[in-house]
Ligand binder design. Structure first.
Ligand SMILES: [Zn+2]
Length: 320
């Protein structure tokens, strides 16, 4: 078992109507938590690392932690760069053994997005690395990405087909109603499934079969964790996410990769807040970090089993 690209795991997910969780990790504890939950469920996972995390922890530290976790768990998993747009960072992930990258040219003009995505595609494919790109703009804030509601736009199906044909990407992140961060919906939470189906049908009709679509900004923002966080001094008023039923429906359609970051942040933060409050005499970081790691593992375990449907995916072989 090893670090693998996302090609096969997303294809299996498409055919068998589930989704692979792409969980953002930042350090030893987050990697261990996600991998322990994946092991428990014998599930593929994608460990995602953002540019901000590479600046925070250093790429070599991150790669080594991930490699150790693969040896320990004996699972096929992917290591993916989330929202890459800095040329040097993308280059360093390709050189340092990431198995998948996202080039995010969604803030560029359509023509520039095509041109640069194509260029990174060639660089990645040469090393058997899969590449995800994005069309349309999600609102919200995540790490270095900031898009206001007025600048957000949904993915155009005609453009999606043209973009996939011209660039040769392996998966496409679409904007169909989700947003980054902890404040996703003001009114009723809904996704534009008609648009998603239109994109997939157009792809199928033009001979592009089983093409995996990626959903960003897909945390559910569990009220229990929000309340826990607020109970111990947090300030997350009106936080709202994507309801689980909507994510389950998306997983059964062409959404094969679901990105989850905010839910992990809230679980970890609420656990640490609680621990600080309940154990004011404690000064050993291992105590509150192991509690936080356990709570993160529980969240990932729940998602794999009850929402994504990827439990057992490491042993699923039928791709036809
Ligand atoms: Zn994203």
């Amino acid at each position: 078992m090893a670090l693998v690209n996302t090609k096969k795991m997303l294809e299996k997910a498409f055919i068998n109507k589930y989704a692979i969780g792409a969980f953002n990790v930042n350090n030893l504890e987050t990697v261990q938590a996600v991998m322990r939950a994946a092991k428990k469920n014998n599930s593929h996972v994608i460990l995602q690392i953002s540019q901000g995390t590479i600046k925070y922890a250093g790429i070599k530290y991150l790669i080594n932690i991930v490699n150790e976790s693969i040896k320990e768990t004996d699972l096929d998993i992917a290591l993916h760069l989330d929202h890459g747009f800095d040329f040097e960072i993308i280059k360093s992930t390709i050189e340092n053994g990431f198995s998948s990258i996202m080039f995010d040219g969604s803030s560029l003009s359509y023509q520039d997005n095509i041109r640069l995505t194509k260029k990174f595609c060639a660089m990645a494919h040469e090393k058997n690395i899969t590449i995800e790109a994005e069309l349309g703009k999600l609102a919200g804030i995540e790490d270095e990405i900031k898009v206001s509601n007025k600048d957000a736009s949904y993915t155009d199906p005609e453009q999606a087909l043209d973009f996939i044909k011209k660039t040769g990407i392996d998966s496409l992140a679409v904007s169909i109603g989700t947003s980054h961060g902890a404040y996703k919906f003001k009114g009723e939470a809904k996704l534009d499934f008609d648009r998603l189906n239109l994109i997939s049908n157009m792809l199928e009709d033009s001979g592009i079969k089983n093409f995996p679509i990626v959903l960003h900004g897909a945390s559910s923002i569990d009220k229990n964790y929000v309340n826990l966080c607020n109970k111990f001094g947090g300030k997350l008023s009106n936080a709202s996410g994507v309801p689980e039923e909507i994510l389950k429906k998306a997983s059964r359609l062409s959404i094969c990769k679901i990105n989850i970051d905010t839910d992990l942040r809230i679980a970890m933060t609420s656990s640490i807040r609680k621990s600080f409050f309940e154990n004011p005499e404690n000064i050993d970081p291992r105590n509150y970090l192991s509690e936080a790691r356990d709570s993160l593992e529980n969240v990932v375990n729940y998602k794999i089993k009850n929402i994504l449907g990827s439990k057992g995916s490491c042993s699923v072989n039928n791709v036809n």
